[in-house]
Design a protein around this ligand. Structure first.
Ligand code: SAM
Ligand code: SF4
Ligand code: SF4
Length: 373
């Protein structure tokens, strides 16, 4: 009773080897897709495994002992990731986010961070290197990541109440250990830190005010809490619109407690709408992927754990860059292939969600832990 059906088709096969654009010249200037959006941000999933089973991402009923995670040989190696990241840097990417799955489960991740930190853009700049983690291994790993050259960090935490958090991560992981990880990261100099809270109505929406109060009172400007609307990614999380707490409603709840002032950053492609506490005790962010789509500015590409390039979090189809890496294709030809793929990009799923032209959840099987959140 109540068991979810495990998808029989493996959505990880929804990939194709791209046509290699050998010898074709790179487009002049910055890359732009069909909506004029540049390629600025590359998110890399370094593992499809996780030690949590958040119901909105990797529900236990699907991702259990029978689930076939990718074998090690299928993953991109650190050398392959670094080579691709360098080429994306040549094509305009300025920010790299390591994610997963739980990125800190990938052995010796600090070695990859060190390799990525050595990359330079055509104008000699280092890339902005950041990482999203559930925080469970942070007390052990924070110092090595900082030394290796990680610039910034996002930690996910969905509740302050232990019972609620443990129900959400579904492996009984305690809040205190995530908070200890955040403290350690701040201590080693990885601050200011972003904390991501996915809000599900009726599950953890009563944690919005306690979370805001906690981080405001104890951390001020060193932690910025960002509230994320529960999204319909993948095909396993049982998403319903009724479970989404719209950011507008969430903001009203916050404003009843504290005066907040809008912050205009001027940074294109920023996912969060920022609000500062009027008394100067830091700020919060609202990521309204469902109620206020930000596809117009979306400058993000995603590289799956096994080297498939996805152009949208809700993409149905990946482009097999690993085949190029392992097939002896030159840097110049990989760059020109990626440039052509980007130039043809039309994705804007959040804007068209619910319309007849949006892909259905059965077409949209690619899961977030695989292509990277
Ligand atoms: N394991 C790491 C973590 O949890 O931070 C990194 C990967 S996780 C897929 C990246 C981010 O996606 C997390 O902040 C997580 O809360 C968010 N996320 C996962 N599923 C989501 C969903 N259905 N809706 C909104 N955000 C989601
Ligand atoms: Fe794991 Fe992060 Fe997904 Fe939770 S959100 S199951 S921590 S990958
Ligand atoms: Fe970008 Fe796709 Fe999300 Fe729109 S739906 S913001 S195109 S990832």
């Amino acid at each position: 009773m109540g068991e979810r059906v495990i998808p029989l088709t493996d959505w990880r096969r929804a990939v194709s080897a791209p046509t290699i654009r050998a010898g074709s010249a790179l487009p002049e200037g910055l890359l732009a897709d069909t909506l004029g959006r540049p390629l600025r941000d590359l998110r890399i999933s370094v593992t499809d495994r996780c030690n949590f089973r958040c119901s909105y991402c990797m529900p236990k009923e699907v991702f259990d002992t029978r689930y076939n995670f990718l074998p090690h040989a299928e993953l991109l190696s650190f050398e392959e990731i670094t080579r691709l990241a360098g080429l994306f840097g040549q094509l305009g990417a300025r920010k790299i986010r390591l994610t997963g799955g739980e990125p800190l489960l990938r052995k010796h991740l600090e070695n990859l961070v060190e390799m990525l930190a050595a990359l330079r853009t055509p104008d000699g700049q280092a890339l902005d290197l950041t990482l999203t983690t559930n925080g469970s291994l942070l007390t052990r790993k924070a110092a090595a990541l900082k030394t290796a050259g990680l610039n910034r960090l996002t930690v996910s935490l969905d509740a302050l109440d232990d019972a609620i958090f443990q129900r959400m991560n579904d492996v009984g992981f305690p809040v205190a250990d995530v908070l200890a990880g955040i403290d350690k990261a701040l201590e080693v100099g990885l601050g200011p830190i972003k904390v991501n809270m996915v809000v599900k109505r009726g599950v953890n929406d009563d944690q919005v005010l306690p979370m805001a109060r906690h981080f405001r009172d104890h951390y001020g400007a060193t932690v910025s809490l960002r509230f994320i609307e529960f999204m319909d990614v993948g095909a396993t999380n049982g998403w319903r619109l009724d479970d989404v707490l719209p950011s507008s409603e969430l903001l009203q709840r916050l404003q009843r407690e504290w005066p907040l002032l809008p912050v205009t950053s001027g940074v294109a492609g920023e996912t969060a709408e920022r609000w500062a506490y009027a008394d100067g005790r830091g700020e919060i962010g609202l990521i309204s992927s469902v109620t206020k789509a930000f596809c117009r500015d979306c400058n993000r590409a995603r590289l799956s754990t096994e080297g498939q390039l996805f152009l949208c979090l809700f993409g149905t189809h990946g482009h097999d860059l690993r085949a190029l890496l392992r097939g002896g294709v030159s840097d110049a030809d990989i760059m020109s292939t990626v440039a052509h793929i980007w130039a043809e990009r039309t994705d804007r799923y959040s804007e068209i969600r619910g319309s007849a032209s949006a892909p259905s959840s059965s077409e949209r099987r690619v899961e977030m832990h695989y292509i990277g959140g």
